[in-house]
Design a protein around this ligand. Structure first.
Ligand SMILES: [Zn+2]
Length: 322
């Protein structure tokens, strides 16, 4: 009887795993969103699925070994397109994965329910349950980093679309004859204003003209990143201003489109590029608010994410209830 009582009292928790291009993070997340145990492993750089999957197993095993809680299941956030019911990774560009049956592999190894979804969706769920979008049932996330990802929450439900590929905000066409995008289309938002594209734009210009960007990196141009462009912007460098204004214009137009289409209460603007450049964030807000319908503008809040640590893993753990 004592044993029975004891097991009954075990707190409930779920395992969340965030697979990133550089790190795999797993966490034991309690129902209140607190993290009891967490493990970080470097993502093997060779992108061979079996090696990365072994690292995912190691990250999960480490948590299972230490845990004292009752585990409801395993949620995994992957950086790419995920087929929802099979949990297969259709395509993950950063991992160079095609059709990897991740859920099936995890189900074979662990006798626990397994859920796999896109990592941006997971971050969105975390903000909805424990972060800046708590009690907000209509909001859109726009994450600008290596790519541009998104998530859309409508009336408290994740908008998935018929093939679980809704909210591909980065592939909204903004220049019909624009540069070729990784997806095959041309002129997508991502092909114009992702982190690498913003840097590329600045680089093309600093090669021909003087710029403080070059001084900041001591002419080691491979060190140019968004932080550097932000610093040069603060020093009123012309190319930095041009670069960030152009990116803000594209992202701001994209955000305005989203506001007019979905009439959300909140836009969450996040990701590495936004974190690195407060000036870009401010300009995106100005561009977006300058273009939206008056009626949508009256209720919209444009904010940044609230959760910092473990956000991907916490969000992945929430897939179990979403
Ligand atoms: Zn595209």
């Amino acid at each position: 009887l004592k044993e029975k009582e004891k097991s009954y009292q075990l707190a409930k928790a779920a395992i969340g795993v965030d697979i990133g291009g550089t790190k795999i993070e797993s966490a034991l997340v309690r129902d209140d969103g607190s993290v009891a145990i967490s493990i970080r492993i470097d993502t093997p750089s060779n992108t061979i699925p079996s090696e990365i999957i072994n690292s995912i197993y190691a990250a999960i095993d480490g948590v299972l070994l230490e845990r004292k809680e009752y585990i409801k299941g395993i949620g995994v956030g992957a950086p790419g397109q995920v087929e929802l019911n099979t949990g297969k990774i259709i395509y993950a560009p950063n991992l160079n994965w095609h059709n990897v049956p991740l859920k099936e592999l995890l189900l074979k190894k662990y006798t626990l329910p397994v859920y796999v979804d896109n990592d941006v969706r997971c971050a969105m769920l975390a903000e909805y349950k424990f972060g800046v979008a708590k009690n907000v049932s209509n909001f859109v996330c726009v994450f600008v980093g290596t790519g541009i990802g998104g998530g859309i929450m409508i009336n408290g439900r994740v908008l998935r679309g018929v093939t679980n590929s809704a909210a591909e905000i980065g592939h909204m066409t903004l220049e019909k004859d624009g540069p070729k995008c990784n997806c095959g289309n041309s002129g997508c938002l991502e092909s114009l204003a992702s982190g690498p594209k913003i840097i590329e734009y600045a680089m093309e210009r600093i090669k021909k003209r003087n710029s403080l960007i070059k001084n900041i990196v001591d002419n080691q141009l491979e060190k140019v990143n968004i932080d550097v462009i932000q610093r040069a912007f603060e020093l009123k460098d012309k190319i930095a201003i041009e670069t960030l204004e152009r990116a803000a214009e594209y992202i701001g137009v994209g955000v305005a489109n989203l506001i007019n289409i979905f009439n959300p209460e909140m836009i969450i603007l996040g990701g590495g590029v936004i974190n690195a450049s407060p000036s870009l964030l401010k300009m995106i807000k100005d561009v977006a608010l300058g273009r939206v319908l008056k009626i949508s503008k009256s209720k919209i809040k444009i904010v940044t994410p609230e959760l910092k640590k473990y956000v991907g893993a916490i969000g992945a753990s929430l897939l179990i209830e979403s």
